[in-house]
Design a protein around this ligand. Structure first.
Ligand code: FES
Length: 107
């Protein structure tokens, strides 16, 4: 899906315009290697690399967060181990493994 900064810019909903001085953090999204910057929220990290954090459970639309401050619950994203986290209020960490679709058997 995403490999390298140029591919990430083309695939993501957000484009990082200027600030580049922080250390790079590597994570995986839907099995693909992605990169973010230390201090990014999971939401920022994912949306720099992908168009959405998940599919809506109510229709075919994709979700990419709404309030960006922990209030609306629109930005839930799954971890590979089956748990979920709120992307806008969780910092990305090196080695995180995330997925935009629920794991098998998740309800
Ligand atoms: S975007 Fe609203 S809770 Fe995360």
């Amino acid at each position: 899906m995403i490999s390298g900064p140029q591919a990430a810019r083309q695939a993501g909903r957000m484009v990082r315009l200027a600030e580049q001085g922080r250390p790079q953090v590597r994570f995986r999204l839907d099995g693909a290697d992605c990169a973010a910057l230390a201090g990014d929220t999971v939401l920022t990290a994912v949306l720099v690399s992908a168009p959405a954090v998940r599919q809506s459970e109510f229709g075919p639309e994709q979700r990419a967060g709404f309030c960006l401050m922990g209030a609306c619950q629109d930005c839930w994203i799954w971890r590979e181990d089956g748990g979920r986290l709120r992307a806008c209020s969780t910092l990305i960490a090196d080695g995180m493994q995330l997925r935009t679709t629920p794991p098998e058997g998740w309800q």
